[in-house]
Design a protein around this ligand. Structure first.
Ligand SMILES: [Zn+2]
Ligand SMILES: [Zn+2]
Length: 118
């Protein structure tokens, strides 16, 4: 039998573990719980709008939320932070919101019909 000690890298913000350092650094940069998060989907620094987005999630105001950011990854971060603050109750306002579905829609926007793969 062989035993091996391996290093694991953990996100400073959410504690998620990674086997590779670059992956962990990459994750930390856009981690939902990072106050200085840079979104990997829309490439935006969200610290100025995130507190407002969290309020909108807690209020269940999807229209206002989407007016602040149409990016599914940013909305997902706001949902995670709102959950952390107010618990699972915030999810009852979001029954139809699906991250994967929204991400597909987001990427389709601005693409021509030929580029869209089904
Ligand atoms: Zn994290
Ligand atoms: Zn984003």
């Amino acid at each position: 039998m062989k035993t091996k000690h391996v290093l694991r890298y953990f996100c400073d913000h959410c504690g998620r573990g990674h086997s590779k350092k670059p992956l962990c650094l990459e994750h930390e940069k856009s981690c939902a719980l990072n106050p200085d998060r840079v979104c990997k989907v829309c490439d935006t620094i969200t610290n100025h709008i995130m507190p407002l987005m969290i309020e909108d999630v807690i209020d269940g105001d999807m229209e206002k939320l989407k007016a602040l950011s149409d990016c599914p990854s940013c909305i997902m971060a706001a949902i995670k932070l709102a959950r952390k603050r107010s618990g699972d109750e915030v999810l009852r306002f979001l029954p139809d919101w699906n991250y994967k579905h929204e991400l597909r829609r987001y990427h389709r926007k601005g693409m021509s019909a030929e580029e869209i793969e089904f």
